[in-house]
Design a protein around this ligand. Structure first.
Ligand code: CTP
Length: 219
């Protein structure tokens, strides 16, 4: 199968030297890409700025902003059978980007932000993607409720629920513990382990439950 995987944070510029971003390290996305390659799949990796080296063999597109990630996914998703949206995309960006470094003036500075493109939410509705669609739900409250809601709203086949309020797992950690949320209110907990171990389990789950469509053999 050919997997599209998004990874890492996005950076939303404020001025030539500053941006809004988050603590995503890209480790989970990279682990998913490595696991898919190990299992013999092809990988298109769309990655925000991360310090990690992408796994050799992945076709990589590096982006900075949510808009660039949206465009890269839009241009590449139709050639893929499965997509896993692991990137921590900024939900808002500054309405305007200053051409010059913003100088400090008053005691307070108010930033005006606007919504970014919802890339996962565009997969079915805008890109017309028909393959296996997986997203992440990184939440600090009501984890499973939010995850099942996301699954329905965004037309996903799988939402990987991740409690980011707990120390030692999730954002920028070596380990993670997740619950696979599936249509029909089904849930499969994956115990705490390295991100590499979890990534192998997620790729194996997708491959087993959605084997690639093979054309019927000629009679
Ligand atoms: N995501 C995305 N594009 C965005 C924001 C998020 O593709 N602009 C993807 C992430 O890669 C992840 C999933 O959406 O797979 C969950 O992100 P989250 O921000 O939690 O989803 P939302 O539904 O936007 O969450 P909420 O409505 O709770 O803010």
């Amino acid at each position: 199968m050919r997997f599209l995987i998004t990874a890492g944070p996005t950076r939303e510029p404020l001025d030539p030297v500053r941006y809004l971003s988050n603590r995503s390290s890209g480790k989970m996305g990279c682990a998913l890409a490595s696991a898919a390659l190990e299992a013999g799949h092809e990988v298109v990796l769309v990655s925000g700025p991360v310090a990690l080296e992408p796994p050799p063999g992945a076709q990589i597109t590096r982006v900075e902003t949510a808009r660039q990630m949206f465009e890269a996914v839009r241009d590449q998703i139709s050639g893929c059978e499965a997509a896993i949206f692991c990137a921590a995309v900024a939900d808002y960006r500054p309405v305007s980007v200053a051409g010059q470094k913003i100088k400090k003036t008053g005691e307070r500075l108010v930033l005006e932000l606007e919504r970014t493109e919802d890339i996962l939410g565009s997969a079915r509705s805008i890109f017309g993607f028909r393959g296996f669609l997986a997203g992440f739900a990184a939440e600090t409250t009501n984890l499973l409720e939010h995850a099942h809601d996301k699954l329905r709203r965004k037309g996903c086949d799988l939402v990987i629920a991740n409690d980011v309020s707990r120390a030692g797992i999730g954002f920028d950690s070596a380990e993670n513990e997740v619950i696979l949320c599936l249509p029909g209110a089904r849930e499969i907990p994956l115990p705490r382990q390295t991100k590499a171990g979890l990534a192998r389990a997620i790729i194996a789950f997708i491959t087993e439950t959605h084997p690639p469509q093979t054309p019927p053999s000629p009679q």
